[in-house]
Write a protein that binds this ligand. Structure first.
Ligand code: ZN
Length: 605
């Protein structure tokens, strides 16, 4: 794994730069990312460009042998530019203008023109610089709330987008969304408004809105990419994602680029396994292409409390975990501690006195350990397990918030059994995997069906979790038995589907079944090859009914918890089960513990 750092020379004393770039090299860093937040420093007034400082910073990085990635600065437009374009300011769902990051609407004609202008000027100047290896497009596409906009231009663009999607046929939209319910039949596309709340709103409309926001963002980045491809040929294009959120379809957005970049902020309050999951989710977005961590904080910031201060060893473990999850390049969040602004609290590699922090020492230790390691143990093998993940699945149903937790249960269960896991979008051929998981793959569409069939018809062990294959692509409930498709293979269909506040237990095994719980009935053509592997204890009407059903290599499991997935996978594969939270994988023929929560400070677990 290659290491680098986000560098904000515009905020540092210029006399430090030459020494800083040499120190980066001496530490073992190979990549710097800069310029993405510096628009006002190189264009302080309209068309008044000050490039000499950026020329110098890039030249110094080049002299030190560092590769340069330039960020397009469009998420942080200068205040003079925002003031010029009051009409292009983005609005929240409550009609509040957005003020900080991404203050301008990416649908607005003026924003897009400014974006093309500044990217064109930058790419014209630096596109063919020999030190420049790539471009990071805009900022992390964070949550839906931070990216969606309710301005007038978005409202009419939404109508036009729907019109194209339904080939100008409003009756087709009404039919797909079932608007006959509650007399919501639309007379025209202009009558479809951006929803302001998620509750009490037709699910088809909510899902379409999410898709529209991802599409608008994709188009905005496509315009940047088109310019850079011409002026900076052969360079990588990196999209930037915060995959802790599941409400913006990163799969749509990642397609602009050649590299997926993810944020990996300090996992405050979250299980460390979620970081592993976001690494693997990022890796799955562009098949066969590298994944970078663009922003890794290596230490504990003062604004959060930790049980103990992270040590050099802790930082090194974080880096090793990224390495073993197949990250190609990892950038530390910041070179020098910020003296002002929103990053003031961020842990950098150098503190405000210019002294190395725990992050720096962790980088040193990691590189030392890599240097001393058996090269065979550094190689990340092809994963034997695939987990099918679709962002839209997190948006359907009446309780979409449980989706990610079911996915993480399945993911953690496979990890505890020592599997490296590819998190993949539906549509891929999965016949080469040993284990394929559909944890809550809700939408039945050609892509998910073909993935299921490719795995079920091969030798893969296939496990379908609760709330799978039960919705259509427009948020309509499947008519007929579910999980649709799998029911015919296993010859069992869901009989009761419920969300339990107090989880019921699966017997044998004694595992809790989580909130999304379902029981099965064997269908009329079930034969002796259909086996009930577990039944529910408790859960009212669930009590005594089949909870896990298997026929051949396909299993339906009607509950979900890490323990339930782990026990089912270990029982069916014979793989050894690691203690809860511990990740052990095989590297170069030996078992390597890549993560052990008991060895980490509480915040990093
Ligand atoms: Zn807008």
């Amino acid at each position: 794994m290659r290491l680098g750092v986000c560098w904000y020379p515009e905020a540092d004393d210029r006399r430090l730069w030459a020494d800083d770039t040499m120190r980066m090299r001496d530490l073992g860093l190979q990549v710097v990312l800069l310029a993405g937040a510096a628009w006002s420093s190189f264009e302080p007034e309209r068309d008044l460009f000050r490039w000499e400082w950026l020329d110098e910073a890039i030249a110094l990085a080049d002299d030190a042998g560092l590769h340069v990635v330039l960020g397009t600065p469009t998420a942080n437009p200068p205040r003079w530019l925002v003031a010029e374009h009051r009409d292009a300011v983005a609005f929240s769902r409550f009609w509040q203008p957005r003020t900080s990051v991404q203050p301008l609407c990416v649908t607005a004609t003026a924003t897009r023109a400014e974006s093309r202008r500044i990217v064109g000027v930058m790419a014209d100047r630096y596109g063919e610089h020999e030190a420049v290896i790539g471009w990071k497009l805009d900022e992390a596409a964070a949550s839906f709330e931070q990216m969606a906009c309710w301005c007038g231009e978005c409202a009419s663009a939404f109508s036009r987008w729907l019109e194209r999607r339904f080939d100008g046929d409003i009756a087709a939209l009404n039919s797909a969304w079932g608007t006959v319910e509650r007399s919501e039949t639309y007379p025209s596309f202009d009558a479809v408004h951006l929803p302001r709340t998620g509750r009490g709103v037709n699910g088809g409309l909510v899902l379409a809105h999410r898709r529209f926001v991802a599409h608008q963002r994709r188009r905005f980045l496509d315009e940047q990419a088109e310019i850079i491809r011409v002026l900076s040929p052969g360079r990588d294009l990196i999209t930037h994602h915060d995959l802790r959120h599941d409400d913006l379809d990163a799969d749509v957005i990642a397609g602009v680029g050649t590299i997926v970049g993810i944020d990996n902020n300090l996992p405050g309050g979250q299980l460390f396994v979620r970081n592993g999951f976001t690494h693997d989710l990022g890796r799955g977005l562009l098949e066969g292409r590298p994944t970078w961590v663009l922003h890794q904080e290596l230490g504990a910031r003062q604004s959060v409390s930790v049980a103990e201060a992270p040590t050099t060893d802790h930082v090194s473990r974080v880096l090793w975990a990224a390495h073993h999850h197949g990250i190609e390049t990892l950038l530390a969040a910041r070179w020098r501690g910020a003296t002002h602004g929103v990053d003031q609290d961020l842990v950098a590699l150098l503190d405000h006195a210019g002294q190395p922090t725990v992050g720096w020492r962790g980088v040193e230790q990691y590189l030392r350990e890599v240097g001393a390691a058996d090269p065979n143990q550094l190689v990340v093998p092809s994963a034997r397990c695939a987990l099918v993940y679709r962002f839209d699945d997190a948006a359907v149903g009446s309780q979409p918030d449980h989706h990610r937790s079911v996915v993480l249960d399945a993911y953690s269960g496979a990890r505890r059994c020592g599997f490296d896991v590819d998190v993949v979008p539906p549509g891929r051929d999965l016949s080469a995997y040993d284990l394929v998981l559909f944890p809550a793959t809700r939408i039945v569409a050609d892509d998910s069906t073909s993935s299921f069939e490719s795995a079920a018809n091969a030798d893969a062990l296939v496990i379908v979790g609760p709330r799978s294959f039960d919705m259509d692509a427009e948020h309509g409930h499947v008519v007929g038995p579910v999980p649709a498709g799998a029911d015919a293979v296993v010859r069992a269909a869901v009989s009761t589907s419920v969300t339990l506040s107090t989880p019921a237990v699966m017997d044998p095994g004694g595992c809790e079944g989580g909130q999304w719980s379902e029981s099965y009935r064997l269908t009329v053509d079930a034969d002796r090859a259909t086996k009930v592997l577990a039944r529910w204890i408790g859960g009212g009407a669930l009590n005594g009914a089949p909870a896990v059903v298997r026929r051949g290599n396909v299993v339906s499991m009607g509950g979900s918890s890490t323990e339930a997935w782990a026990r089912l996978i270990t029982a069916l594969t014979g793989r050894k089960l690691a203690p809860s939270g511990v990740e052990v994988v095989e590297r170069g023929g030996v078992e390597v513990t890549i993560f052990d929560p008991s060895a980490m400070p509480s915040l990093w677990r």
